[in-house]
Ligand binder design. Structure first.
Ligand code: ADP
Ligand code: ADP
Length: 226
């Protein structure tokens, strides 16, 4: 479904060139649950940004459902993100002035979905994350775990092909973090494809696949290795 083929990504910092990804090839299949692990600065965000359509590679190709997105222009890229990708952030990135329901409806406004359908879809997504009793609450009235559920519902509302979770439990205590991991696994069982960046090795071990990244090079690892 997603195939990263011989991708390099370099950034120029004045005269210096930083190689963030070095000859990366990686396949993500529909229904996968992939954990991406690696030290700070190893290239995790760069990889997520390329597959997630937030940036383009310097060299190489990224095929999504057979189409090469590596040369997409801004407009095509935002369409790709809207239609195919759900993002979950460590810091939730919710709009504090909006209710849970309104936050979840946001991506549908950008996608031009009619109001009635927006509400139906958003409620369905909130049901998936078991948050039907908080639809009218604003983020400040919710726990960290509940906020992350809202952000997961927002990521799911467009029926994405793939959900990217960047340290989804990084701002949560261990109890809430565990509950969010259980939710992600439950969603994966329902068929959602999940790619998660984590520093937490115990979480990584629960994923079906683990990809480690070091100095911009990826390697598939066995759970016994970590
Ligand atoms: P990680 O997410 O694993 O911490 P990143 O993908 O953010 O790693 O970074 C990989 C490398 O690329 C690092 O050396 C980082 O400093 C560099 N880098 C990332 N983004 C930029 C940028 N916008 N400009 C210059 N260098 C960058
Ligand atoms: P951090 O890991 O520092 O907490 P975030 O989780 O907020 O950062 O964001 C992770 C990545 O997602 C960043 O590389 C950023 O470029 C991207 N990003 C942040 N906000 C948005 C957004 N609203 N839409 C799409 N991408 C975003």
């Amino acid at each position: 479904m997603i195939e990263v083929r011989k991708v390099n990504k370099t950034y120029s910092m004045g005269k210096e060139i930083v190689k963030a990804l070095d000859d990366v090839s990686l396949r993500i299949n529909a229904g996968d649950f992939v954990a991406i692990v690696g030290p700070s600065g190893s290239g995790k965000s760069t990889l997520m940004n390329l597959i997630g359509g937030l940036d383009t590679p310097t060299e190489g190709q990224i095929f999504v459902d057979g189409k090469d997105i590596s040369h997409y222009k801004d407009k095509e890229m935002s369409k790709y993100r809207n239609e195919k990708i759900g993002f979950v952030f460590q810091s939730f990135n919710l709009e504090n002035t909006l209710t849970a329901l309104e936050n979840v409806m946001m991506p549908l406004i950008f996608a031009g979905v009619k109001e009635k359908t927006r509400k139906e879809k958003a409620l369905k997504a909130l049901e998936l994350v078991d948050l039907m009793d908080k639809t009218k609450n604003r983020p400040m009235e919710m726990s960290g775990g509940q906020r992350q559920r809202v952000s997961i519902a927002r990521a799911l509302v467009n029926d994405p092909h793939i959900v990217f979770a960047d340290e989804p439990t990084g701002n949560l205590d261990s109890k809430n973090g565990k509950a969010i991991m259980e939710l992600l696994h439950e969603l994966n069982k329902k068929g959602y494809t999940i790619v998660m960046v984590t520093h937490n090795m115990e979480q990584a071990k629960q994923a079906a696949r683990i990809v480690s990244i070091c100095d911009g090079r990826t390697r598939e690892v066995n759970r016994d290795e970590i």
